[in-house]
Ligand binder design. Structure first.
Ligand code: PLP
Length: 427
């Protein structure tokens, strides 16, 4: 793969060389070395400014280094950082009340990373299945979707079908049934296949798979099927949540919040998994939300995390969630998403390199006219970089466009011009 088109500065090259020499090679970053971020922009070590069109996989929805979130973190970091859950702290209960009211659930189980929250949801679902649904011990099955991405732990990769994520990491965890995504007939058949189905774990939009948006009504139908079979509907909104798709949650629908969800049926998950933007990308915070009938199956000593629910996480997450409401980020994502897709479709009509534009709110992708194993999308991303916009290919020929939600309409037009100019270089 071509590493660069523009020559990297000596400073950048030296820093990349250090990562290569001293760091495990578990990522293949775009060759750019960043040292500063503010709002929708990041700067490299040579002072060049870029639009961030990835937002750390949608963790930085509120924009880089949002002053209100940073203030909350600094203040809390100077006061009390960690007590462990062996003792109480003065922030956790306040945060739990805040977030449960914010999303409309009885209880929170706080963790740190997205994968930990997914693991927590799976454990919670299984325990509920044995203790409430009365499935015989060790027989519980959880339905998942093909091409899912839920994180990197051994159990989570057990039900991945990404060869790179699985190869030589076995043996794997049992108890999962994989069905095609966006296929309610397959879900119904799986639900009917056994009385031991405990849950259905699903991404409302498959982000890593290339921003695959399911058919209108899929989630509502899936939820209804789960309900009819007494199976928990578990939504992994780690990437889609917190205003990214133009709604507070991608599962949000007709409620009274006037967030632009009018035409979406509300799908209230039994278990909601959040991460990434819940902290605005400043600190690892994740969350599992559920009502008492489910959450109360977890008792002292049965699950935990040293850092989960620490005071810094609590203060940061509350500030980050306040920013989402104060700055109307859902509405902004909804409106600017339509502007971005309209602009991208216009570019596609002039440039056959784009075969498809898809997405919701500000979670979008273009599909490049090449094979999945071609390096064309990578080279296009290098060109975007040269022209001042950072994005990354996902699954070979797809490029995700997910800027921070604080972006303005003028900036979106600026970015569309960069995108078209770069693509024209490949015509
Ligand atoms: C990123 C992501 C995860 C994993 O989160 P980590 O913080 O990287 O562990 C899980 N589910 C989805 C949908 C994600 O996008």
């Amino acid at each position: 793969m071509q590493e660069t088109q523009q020559t990297l500065s000596e400073k950048s090259a030296a820093l990349i060389a250090k990562e290569n020499k001293y760091g495990a090679h578990n990522y293949h970053p775009l060759p750019v070395v960043l040292d500063r971020g503010e709002g929708v922009f990041v700067w490299d070590v040579d002072g060049k400014k870029y639009y961030d069109f990835l937002s750390a996989y949608s963790a930085v929805n509120q924009g880089h280094c949002h002053p209100k979130i940073i203030d909350a973190m600094v203040k809390q970091a100077q006061t009390l950082t960690l007590t462990s859950r062996a003792f109480h702290n003065d922030k956790l209960g306040v945060f739990e009340e805040y977030i449960t009211k914010y999303f409309g659930f009885d209880k929170l189980l706080p963790m740190n990373t997205g994968a930990e929250a997914v693991e927590t949801a799976l454990k919670l679902c299984r325990k509920w299945a044995y203790e409430v649904k009365q499935i015989p011990e060790n027989q519980a099955q959880i339905i998942v979707c093909e091409n899912n991405f839920h994180g990197r732990t051994t159990t989570i990769i057990s039900f991945s079908n990404d060869e790179g994520a699985r190869k030589n990491f076995g043996p794997f965890t049992d108890g999962f049934i994989k069905i095609p995504y966006d296929d309610t007939a397959a879900l119904e058949a799986a639900l009917k296949s056994s009385p031991n189905i405990a849950g259905f774990l699903v991404e409302p939009i498959q982000g890593e798979a290339g921003v695959y948006v399911p058919t209108e009504g899929y989630l509502a139908k899936a939820k209804a099927l789960c309900e009819a079979h007494n199976v928990l509907f578990i939504a992994d909104e780690v990437q889609t949540g917190i205003a990214r798709t133009g709604r507070l949650l991608a599962t949000c629908g007709n409620c009274s919040c006037s967030n632009g969800c009018e035409n979406n049926p509300e799908v209230k998950p039994d278990i909601l998994i959040l991460g990434k933007a819940i902290s605005g990308g400043v600190y690892p915070v994740s969350a599992v939300l559920a009502n008492d009938a489910i959450m109360n199956v977890i008792q002292p000593g049965q699950h935990g995390s040293t850092f989960g629910g620490n005071p810094v996480a609590a203060a940061v997450a509350m500030a980050a969630l306040e920013v989402v409401k104060d700055e109307k980020l859902s509405q902004n994502a909804e409106y600017l998403g339509t502007v971005l897709r309209k602009g991208l479709n216009e570019i596609a009509s002039r440039n056959p390199l784009i075969t498809l534009v898809r997405g919701k709110g500000l979670l979008n992708a273009i599909v490049i006219n090449s094979d999945e194993d071609s390096d064309l999308a990578w080279n296009i991303c290098l060109k975007f970089r040269d022209y001042g916009l950072l994005a990354k290919p996902t699954h070979g020929n797809k490029i995700r466009f997910a800027p921070p939600l604080v972006i303005t309409e003028e900036q979106i037009h600026d970015c569309l011009a960069i995108i078209e100019k770069a693509l024209n270089d490949f015509k």
